[in-house]
Design a protein around this ligand. Sequence first.
Ligand SMILES: Nc1ncnc2c1ncn2[C@@H]1O[C@H](COP(=O)(O)OP(=O)(O)OP(=O)(O)O)[C@@H](O)[C@H]1O
Ligand SMILES: [Mg+2]
Length: 290
Amino acid sequence: MLELLRVSVSKRAAVSVHLGQRLPAVRANPAQIRQVVMNLITNASEAIGDQDGVIRITTGVVKAGKDTVPGLKALGAGGYVQLKVSDTGPGIAPEVQTRVFDPFFTTKATGHGLGLTVVQGIVGNLSGTIRISSRPGTGTTVRVLLPCTKREASITRPACRDEDHESQFPQPTILIVEDEDLLRQAVSKVLGKKGYSVIEAKDGSVALAVIGDPQKLVNVILLDLTLPGISSRQVLEEAKRLRPQMKAIVTSAYTEQMAADLLIRRFDGFIRKPYQVAELMELVRRTLSA
Ligand SMILES: Nc1ncnc2c1ncn2[C@@H]1O[C@H](COP(=O)(O)OP(=O)(O)OP(=O)(O)O)[C@@H](O)[C@H]1O
Ligand SMILES: [Mg+2]
């Protein structure tokens, strides 16, 4: 991972890494943590650009109510593993800072504006929290706090191996394309708890941007048939064209036959709404191993 980081950052940026010893485990899988770290470090590197600068990556433990973490309001009690990525780039203007988590918000010519959206989604799924502190001219610090489990983190295996978690490794990434907020968030939370790395898209245009982003490799797309704006047919078409390996599971209150009639491309699985989470989990597992 460290080698990957060093080749991903700007040549002018010095990377200094300070990893806490014997960190407690968090309920996350390596793919989720990799997505978070890579997106934050890519942003830090892009902020430094072709100037000289430093990216500082620190991990440690923070106890809610004991250590003070600037800008973090009422954390639930208990211990948190903190990942802190600081850069000496130009910082973020206050009016930009309020928008950095918005899907598609970018100030970069080639940005997709999805990095922090994805990070926020993953951190939220893990019941963690993310805060950015920055002042123009003084650089930026991003803190991610994830609640600890009681165990010590293991380096060679996923941190959490209780019966609530899948035992596959590495864990696949699932893109959930669903416009009903509550359903999308609920499914995302359950899949996240099962150890999958989850990316949420509330409509077809967010889905297309994720599918087209080479940094976000999606193994399975869970696609709602009736989407506002860009249609599920277009999303499936693009998904199969750009990522032929990606599996597609279609979901709808309509029948599978109606879905097949509406979508030109073949899909790999179908689940009719309303469905039980256990049925979805089983279908995801079967589709991935097919
Ligand atoms: N470390 C940082 N320093 C300065 N600005 C930042 C930093 N991190 C994020 N930003 C601002 O937040 C915006 C959104 O970041 P985000 O990672 O979501 O998208 P992006 O980097 O523009 O595109 P991508 O989808 O490729 O990540 C950036 O365009 C930038 O303006
Ligand atoms: Mg980014």
